[in-house]
Design a protein around this ligand. Structure first.
Ligand code: ADP
Ligand code: ASP
Ligand code: MG
Length: 408
């Protein structure tokens, strides 16, 4: 008997009809003899609805109470799915994160899973029951409810699969796999049969929301076979694999993008040792993560310094930078939050030259100005004005021939 962990996202359990459809799929798999653990998200739109309810009460809700509130979304779905399973004669039991001891740290709204006690789940599986578990939530050592960050049900599923040493973790969603880029932005995007963990990790961390970053990290670390599939149509989906010889020889596997970006610049800073630290120290002191950094030397022994942060942190970061500008005697501090980051990802970059120049040439032909650049072994990212997101992604998708079955 195989042990399978399946996860169904918000759209896949968005209505009672869809919950019933998920129940039939799960029951059919159990009939075939597989042990089934099912992790579900809140019904689509529900988590956003709960967030806005909280925001109607106060601007900055208490993180502990917000987690208590947000965790209710998933609790509704587990109960409904268990009922739907029982209704078609399939024994099932639902559990919240706390009930199956998904122990996390206490970082509300971005908690990390530390441990899972799988005894209760195993007992149910042994008794032939389907186990339905609420995604996105856990409990800390003091018994407080925590949540794992948006998209966190993916991580619950992978962590559950790791704890149970499941044969496969299947992430069912509203697309039939991982594509060369978000099919909502580039309709010509192509589904990949396989992608490496390394590439998937880059895609996720550079903005492709199809899998939460932590779920990919977890799967890589604990060797969990991971697959992304559609809950609406049959198919093999995309398998996330370790690199092997039979992988396609593509230079580029995909294009990721992120709208969650803002950039800040401080100009005319005296160029002396410790400048970067005096600019970024106060930013990280406020718990704001910095992504790209560029420092230019101007002619008069001063320097201009530009960096990016996530858009949520922009107002706070600009406030801090303006204070720093005064302290350092800099000419000015300014910011722009109408920017986006577009990234090319591919393990093939390691062995192929000329990718960056082709990327820059393509953007230049479209008249898209590149504001910042950063590279690593398997990715190149550029920052461009927000209005160029779609044009940039589509022209790069064309230039690198990603729609073709075997791209160069
Ligand atoms: P779920 O609610 O099932 O967790 P998500 O909305 O979190 O679903 O993730 C699925 C969405 O991810 C797709 O609808 C698609 O728009 C988006 N997406 C972004 N990048 C990609 C990509 N490279 N491949 C497939 N989907 C992507
Ligand atoms: N319901 C949560 C969210 O909308 C978690 C998830 O769906 O994975 O972010
Ligand atoms: Mg998701």
């Amino acid at each position: 008997m195989a042990l399978i962990v399946q996860k169904y996202g918000g759209t896949s359990v968005g209505t009672v009809e869809r919950i019933k459809a998920v129940a039939s799929k799960v029951a059919a798999a159990r009939e075939r003899g597989d042990g089934m653990v099912v992790v579900v998200s809140a019904m689509s739109g529900e988590t956003n609805r709960l967030v806005s309810l909280a925001k109607d009460i106060c601007k900055r809700p208490d993180p502990r109470e917000l987690d208590v509130l947000l965790s209710t979304g998933e609790q509704v779905t587990i109960a409904l799915l268990s009922m739907a399973l029982q209704e078609i004669g399939c024994p099932a039991r639902s559990y919240t994160g706390a009930q199956v001891h998904i122990l996390t740290d206490s970082a509300h709204s971005k908690a990390r899973i530390r441990d899972i006690d799988d005894a209760r789940v195993r007992a149910d599986l042994d008794a032939g029951r389907v186990v339905v578990i609420a995604g996105f939530q856990g409990v800390d050592e003091s018994g407080n409810i925590t949540t794992l960050g948006r998209g966190g049900s993916d991580t619950t599923a992978v962590a559950m699969a790791a704890a149970l040493k499941a044969d496969e973790c299947q992430i069912f969603t509203d697309v039939d796999g991982v594509y060369t880029t978000d099919p909502r932005v580039e309709p010509k995007a192509r589904k990949l049969d396989r992608i490496t963990f390394e590439e998937m990790l880059e895609m996720a961390s550079l903005g492709s929301k199809v899998l939460q970053i932590r779920s990919v990290e977890f799967a890589g670390k604990y060797n969990v076979p991971l697959r992304v599939l559609s809950s609406f149509e049959e198919g093999e989906g995309t398998l996330i694999t370790f690199e092997d010889e039979c992988m396609e020889e593509a230079k580029i596997s995909g294009i990721a993008f992120s709208r969650d970006e803002a950039k800040l610049t401080i100009r005319g800073v005296p160029d002396q040792p410790g400048v970067a630290y005096s600019i970024l120290g106060p930013i990280s002191g406020a718990n704001i993560e910095v992504d790209m950094i560029v420092q230019n030397i101007a002619e008069d022994n001063t320097t201009d310094f530009t960096f990016t942060v996530s858009r949520n942190d922009f107002p706070k970061a600009l406030e801090i930078l303006k204070e720093t500008a005064q302290v350092l005697g800099a000419r000015e501090a300014e910011g722009d939050d109408a920017i986006v980051k577009i990234s090319l990802v591919g393990v093939g970059m390691r062995s192929h030259a000329g990718i960056a120049s082709k990327m820059f040439e393509t953007l230049a032909k479209e008249g898209i100005n590149i504001r910042m650049i950063s590279t690593s072994e398997i990715k190149i990212s550029v920052v461009v004005d927000e209005k160029y997101l779609e044009l940039g992604v589509r022209s790069l998708h064309d230039a690198f021939d990603l729609a073709a079955e075997s791209s160069e």
